[in-house]
Every structure is written in C-alpha cells, then in structure tokens.
Ligand binder design. Structure first.
Ligand code: FMN
Length: 351
C-alpha cells in the first residue's frame, strides 16, 4: 500500500489477481473438479476445525472442513455447518469411524448439510461410501498403507488421503508421507491427497510434484487464529520444534475414549506424557491420576492437556490467518516448481 498525498493507493486488487494466478498454476484436475482455487484442504480436526476455520479456508480458495471428533455430536454438526453454509462455496465434513458406529445419525446429519465432501476416518471398511456418493457427495478416506488404499478404492472411495506417520492427531504411524504417497499413486488411478507433516510451501510443492491431487493440512491450520484451539495451544504450536512430538495413547486412556489401539495420536510432549508413557495400564487403574488429569485439563493446563501436532510443527513460527497460510504456501510452491521447470529438470527426469 502507498500513500500519495492524502490519497491511499492500494495494491489489493493487483495482489488478489496475482494470488489467484499463482493458485491456478498449482491447480490439479481434482481441485478444479471440486471448484477450488487452491489444491489445499484443512483436515477435519475434531475440537479444532470448526465452522469458522472451515469458512476461512473455503474463502481463501481451498476446501474448508469441519471436524467431528471424539466428542462430536449431531448438534455440533448443526451448529458448525451454519458458518460455511451461507457462503455458497464448497466445504467438507469429517467424521470418525468409531464415533459413527456409536451414533449413526452423524452421517445422516452430515449428508443433510450437503457438503462437497465427507470423510470418515480411521476405519477398516467403508460401507458408508455408497450412501455418500448416492447423495452426490465426494467420499474421502484416510489410509496409512498401500494395501488399505487398494481396498478403500475397491470399496468405492472417490478420493484417498495418504496420511503419513509424520501427521498430527490420530493415525496409524506406519509409513512416511512421501513413500506412502508414492506407493499409493502406483496402485490406484483415483485421486490421492497427501497428508502428514506438510506445513510449508516446500512440502506442498513436493507432494504436488509427486502427483498428489492436493494437500490435506492439519497442524498448519490448527495454529491459525480461526481454529478452536486455545491461545495457549496456539502459542505452544508456534514455539514447538520438529522433535517435540510423540505418538501415544496416554491421552485417549486418560479421557476414556474408545480409540482402537492401532491409531495412536501424535501430540506435543508434555509432563503428563513424560509421567505415563509406557505405563498406560497403570494409568487406566489410577483413579486419582485420572481425576487430577480431568481437573487440570479443564483449566487448560498444558502440562496435562495435550496439543495434537505433526512433525511439520517446527516450521510454524508466526501467527498466520488461514488465508495467509493458503496464499503463502501457494506462492512459495509456484516459485519452487517454477525454478525446477526453468532449470529444465522437469523433462525426462521423472520415473
Ligand atoms: C488437532 C488435530 C485434530 C485432528 N482430528 C482429526 C479428526 O477428528 N478426524 C480426522 O479424520 N483426522 C483428524 N486429525 C488428523 C488429520 O486428519 C490429518 O491426518 C493430520 O492433521 C495430517 O498431519 P499434519 O497435522 O501434520 O498436517 C487431526 C489432526 C490434528 C492436528
């Protein structure tokens, strides 16, 4: 922005045009079919990705998603979809497989909201995919290995989310994001989104260059002001180093959530984890420790309460809005991929 005399001359329209051009350069057949300007989605993070974050990401040109996590309910879907519904932009809703088994109305409510995409994560069968597709909604599922990707595609999933072991929150920490993406792209012809540890334009450029149809980002959006994370959690994300995360079941045990044991959770390590990691059986039997946990967590004490985060957390250092995250990642990825092309390395070097 410049000041000419008393008149403010803004470069906003020019900048907006440049941003849209950069996003268009990164678009993929899948992102275009989904009516997205940027091949970026926010992961449906329970307790963190509410309607406000989803709306901000959709407004920025990506696909904003609402997370219906361990404590999700029909009422929560009703309340949170009110944000993106009025925008006329595509948005998505993500549910957990075990939560859906307990409360089948979650899927009814999600379908009734007419999102562009519904994901049901962390299951081993996808019987819900037919209903979602019949409603004209794209069915997405996170997978953590090539064999499961094959089965999910056969079960009628429209788009796979290859979720690598680096990822934040729950997931099967089996294979790293790049080898997983590579392996899944080798065995399927349906679109594949990459997830896990992507928090920079380098990460975005890498997965798009490898053939991903888009990037599904959790931690990078959890740190945005539009997320439902507490200010203390956001500060912890911005201060954390790449080596500060661990995968654990300690917090699911403390909270009494029935997560299948194969899906531990990647979190920022804290004092409660230091005390109980490797002693999970003792924790579940220690009623004093459990009630102390519930009380301290209720007060937002991060020595007890956990913060989900992937290994890309070390790259997050500044508070950025969702639109800044989308714009900066796209602009940086365009630069990186442009350099690669201008060096002529793009031709003939891909296997
Ligand atoms: C705070 C947080 C909460 C999450 N909650 C959910 C969830 O409710 N449902 C889901 O499908 N995935 C959830 N995930 C996992 C994401 O879908 C995704 O796999 C992960 O965020 C990707 O890794 P990244 O965080 O390194 O970007 C969560 C992730 C985070 C960081």
């Amino acid at each position: 922005m410049q000041f000419v005399g008393r008149r403010v001359v803004t470069d906003a329209p020019e900048r907006a045009g440049k941003v849209l051009t950069q996003m268009a350069e990164l678009s993929t057949p899948w992102s275009r079919a989904m009516r997205l300007s940027a091949p970026i989605l926010n992961a449906p993070m329970g307790g963190v990705a509410g309607g406000r974050l989803a709306s901000a990401v959709s407004r920025a040109g990506g696909l904003g998603m609402i997370g219906v996590g361990s404590a999700g309910s029909v009422e929560l879907i009703e309340q949170e979809v009110a944000y993106p519904l009025g925008l006329g932009l595509p948005f998505g809703i993500g549910i957990l497989d075990w939560a859906l088994a307990r409360e089948p109305r979650l899927l009814d409510e999600a379908i009734a909201a007419s999102p562009a995409l519904i994901s049901v994560s962390f299951g081993d069968a996808w019987p819900w995919a037919g209903r979602v597709r019949d409603a004209g909604i794209v069915a997405a599922a996170q997978i953590s290995d090539v064999e499961t990707a094959r089965r999910a595609a056969d079960a009628g999933i429209d788009v796979l989310v290859a979720r690598g072991a680096e990822g934040g929150g729950h997931g099967e920490p089996l294979v790293g994001t790049l080898p997983l993406l590579d392996g899944v792209l080798n065995v399927t012809s349906i679109p594949v989104l990459a997830a896990g540890g992507i928090s920079s334009s380098r990460g975005l450029a890498a997965v798009l260059a490898a053939g991903a149809s888009g990037a599904w980002l959790g931690t990078a959006f959890a740190a945005c002001p539009e997320s439902l994370a507490s200010d203390a959690a956001r500060t912890a994300l911005l201060q954390a180093m790449d080596t500060d995360t661990v995968t654990t079941r300690v917090f699911d045990i403390a909270l009494g959530y029935p997560w299948p044991t194969r899906y531990p959770e990647r979190v920022l390590r804290n004092e409660f984890w230091e005390r109980w990691a490797g002693r999970e059986d003792l924790l579940s039997a220690d009623s004093d420790a459990l009630s102390q946990f519930v009380e301290a967590r209720g007060q937002g004490d991060l020595g007890f309460a956990h913060v989900d985060a992937g290994q890309g957390v070390g790259g997050l250092t500044e508070l950025r809005t969702a639109s800044e995250v989308v714009e900066r990642m796209c602009a940086g990825a365009v630069d990186l991929l442009g350099i690669w092309q201008s060096l002529g390395a793009g031709k003939g070097s891909r296997e």
